[in-house]
Design a protein around this ligand. Structure first.
Ligand SMILES: Nc1ncnc2c1ncn2[C@@H]1O[C@H](COP(=O)(O)OP(=O)(O)OP(=O)(O)O)[C@@H](O)[C@H]1O
Length: 258
């Protein structure tokens, strides 16, 4: 056990939608300054977990601590201050087609009036360069970009506020394997340069091994295994290894596929 307190600590996190219990006591420590990935079948509650941390879904019970502070019991303003230090790369990048790339990149600081439009243009050019895009891309519409470029723009938006914590929701989905590796490399670089903590969701095992140090598997609403991401596929845990290798036979039954 490390002496450094976790950046994010979840204890007993539970959430049901109607009669459907999705999270049933999630316990998870996300180490500061490292990458952690949550694995689990479709519909197992990975996104709901991240949405609870981001304040987009209120859990029914349990606690969420960030830097040792319980975010569920703090005031709305205090919670917003903490969430302002978080960045998010959404699945499919989730860019606004009606806005040029530079306004997408600096959407949040512009909406919060923390930057003037001129400052936001400069900031966008700076972060676009960090993800390997020319400043001129800032004037394009997201619809004019390839999938790989859209992910880069989504990554630029995620880091534009110099966040402490960055969430990555399936960052390589829809990309060819080489572009996926390129995006993973950028993720590792920007997270390291910012000294940030990264919490990711992915079904892509090579990506999980690249972007995370620690992996955690969610099953039936709980974290059932945590260990080194480098060991995925050879963890010795039959459930995790079946999942990581994508094998049909194993302890994970067909109920996940219903
Ligand atoms: N706002 C909501 N209202 C009702 N049900 C929801 C809501 N959000 C999520 N769910 C349900 O919670 C379950 C878990 O969803 P979640 O999106 O967390 O899955 P996931 O593990 O991220 O899956 P995937 O890998 O397919 O993205 C699903 O059955 C989903 O339908």
């Amino acid at each position: 056990m490390s002496d450094t307190p976790p950046k994010i600590r979840l204890r007993g996190l539970s959430k049901a939608f109607g009669s459907k219990r999705v999270l049933d006591g999630v316990d998870l420590d996300v180490a500061a300054g490292q990458g952690t990935v949550i694995l689990g079948g479709s519909g197992s509650g990975k996104s709901v977990t991240i949405k609870c941390i981001l304040g987009l879904i209120e859990p029914d019970s349990g606690s969420i601590e960030i830097d040792g502070r319980d975010v569920l019991s703090m005031s709305r303003r205090q919670r917003e201050e903490i969430l302002d230090r978080c960045g998010m790369l959404f699945q499919n990048a989730a860019l606004f087609d009606s806005l040029p790339v530079w306004e997408n990149v600096c959407f949040k600081p512009l909406a919060q009036k923390r930057l003037t439009r001129a400052q936001a243009r400069d900031k966008a050019a700076e972060v676009l360069a960090r993800v390997g895009l020319a400043g001129s891309v800032g004037d394009l519409s997201p619809s004019e970009l390839s999938g790989g470029m859209q992910k880069r723009v989504g990554l630029a938006r995620a880091i534009a506020g110099d966040p402490d914590i960055i969430f990555f929701d399936e960052p390589t989905t829809g990309l060819d394997p080489i572009m996926g590796a390129v995006i993973d490399g950028l993720i590792v670089d920007v997270v390291r340069d910012l000294g940030a903590t990264a919490l990711s969701i992915t079904h892509d095992m090579p990506s999980a091994r690249r972007i995370a140090t620690t992996a955690a598997m969610i099953y039936h609403g709980r974290i059932v295994w945590t260990g080194p991401a480098s060991s995925l596929g050879q963890t010795g845990n039959a459930m995790v290894d079946q999942f990581a290798r994508g094998e049909r036979e194993g302890p994970i039954g067909m109920e996940l596929r219903k």
